[in-house]
Design a protein around this ligand. Structure first.
Ligand code: S3P
Length: 421
């Protein structure tokens, strides 16, 4: 796909539904007693992998555009899948399913694509094994043998919502309560949705206590727009001169809004308006207008609040004045690809001064950013980040394998065209 620089990015739009919430709506809907209706479901390949896995465990799921109906069968209603469950490219499906399946009364196997087979599972296995789970494999395919679980008190070694959620799903079936301590707060959609469905999940600072449940009550979910998808247009509007974009109904759960805080600190002109509640999650309309940006330091507690937005923030940094230092983000090394290596390599291709460090990167803005032939590493967020860079670069760019965006954002390029027309 060829992308030429644009004069401006203007308009308003609704981005597709939140990926994290969409996955969880299927999983928790399947475990609930009764019917769950989901509106605004993200029809990305990752969430469709989750649907496929639950269909293979006997759950009827009807998809009609972005409306999905899940016919829950209760906490013990899943049936043993005939084959290995295939999670495609989806880390969230893989990790959360591992916790859930560890607690079932049947054996199972989880496998995914080449990228999933390289992503670590040991950090998920460790707490589950302490609970009594029997899991073989530090990488996919992982084999799970049925075993009774007991509650534990566990300190997560990294702030990871996938890891936390895997333990929470297992904890629903354990004997006794489970206490999870997070080093930093990660996204809390699992906790919110479980509480909404009647589970006892309590937060106290960095500690979450979860009691086992015998029943979850089916609840309908309205999925907010994914702030991680909106982020691409926020940065596009910030770096392309004469731009203004309004993104409607975007989820602004405080565990996810690092992108807004950081862009504002960089000097972006952003307005967050019309804040309201949508099905237990706060949403708002976000307007971003172009303005000069300056480099900043991003690290510590901020990282889990914008982990998926770091590639596109690195693009913003390339157009900012001064140095942007990203630290404490070693988790980026084990995403869909090694995003520290991928981002710095692709930025260098665009003539940007970008250096990889063990836990992040250093980007010095100010040089002319040039269009180039960008690689995507089969990573949806790399493809979208480099497409955003291409809008504001000098000269033409190309994006290899652009259809990879369908993992989390089908229709991304159509929306981009709409804003640049
Ligand atoms: C997610 C958690 C994050 C994030 C991923 C979605 C989730 O992963 O990067 O895109 O839905 O729980 P980690 O938990 O590995 O940080």
């Amino acid at each position: 796909m060829t992308i030429v620089p644009v004069r401006r990015v203007r308009g308003e739009l609704f981005v597709p539904g939140d990926k994290s919430i969409s996955h969880r709506s299927i999983m928790l809907g399947a475990l609930a007693s009764g019917t769950t209706r989901v509106q605004g479901f993200l029809n990305g390949a990752d969430c469709l992998s989750t649907i496929d896995c639950f269909a293979r465990m006997g759950i009827q799921i009807d998809v009609n555009g972005d409306s999905v109906t899940v016919y829950g069968k209760g906490m013990r209603g899943l049936s043993q899948p005939a084959q290995a469950l295939y999670t495609g490219n989806s880390g969230t499906t893989t990790r959360l399913l591992t916790g859930l399946l560890a607690a079932q009364r049947f054996d199972s196997v989880i496998d995914g694509d080449a990228s999933i087979r390289k992503r670590p599972m040991a950090h998920v296995k460790t707490p589950l094994e302490l609970m009594g789970a029997r899991i073989e494999g530090d990488f996919c395919p992982v084999r799970i043998t049925a075993a009774p679980l007991r509650g534990i008190a566990y300190s997560l070694p990294v702030a990871s919502a996938q890891l936390k959620s895997a333990v929470l799903l297992a904890a629903l079936y354990a004997e006794g309560p489970t206490l999870i301590h997070e080093p930093q707060i990660s996204r809390d959609h699992t906790e919110r949705m479980l509480s909404h469905m009647g589970a006892s999940v309590a937060h106290d600072g960095y500690t979450i206590t979860c009691e086992p449940v015998s029943r979850l009550t089916a609840a309908d979910f309205k999925v907010c727009g994914d702030i991680s998808s909106a982020a691409f247009f926020m940065v596009a509007a910030a770096i392309v001169p004469d731009s203004q974009v309004t993104l409607r109904d975007v989820g602004i759960n405080p565990t996810r809004t690092g992108i807004i805080d950081v862009l504002k600190q960089m000097g972006a002109d952003m307005k967050v308006e019309n804040v309201r509640d949508l099905g237990g999650e706060p949403v708002a309309d976000i307007t971003v207008s172009s303005s000069p940006l300056k480099g900043i330091r991003i690290g510590g507690d901020m990282i889990p609040r914008l982990i998926d937005e770091l590639p596109v923030l690195a693009v913003a940094a390339a157009f900012a004045e001064g140095v942007t230092q990203i630290e404490d983000a070693q988790q980026l090394r084990v995403k869909e690809t090694d995003r520290i290596a991928a981002v710095t390599t692709e930025l260098a291709r665009a003539n940007v001064d970008a250096t990889a460090t063990s836990d992040g990167m250093v980007i010095t803005g100010g040089r002319q950013v040039r269009g180039a032939a960008f690689k995507t590493y089969h990573d949806h967020r790399m493809a979208m980040s480099m497409a955003v860079l291409a809008l504001a670069a000098h000269g033409e760019s190309s994006i290899e394998n652009p259809q990879v965006v369908d993992i989390s954002f089908p229709g991304f390029f159509e929306m981009l065209n709409q804003l640049t027309a």
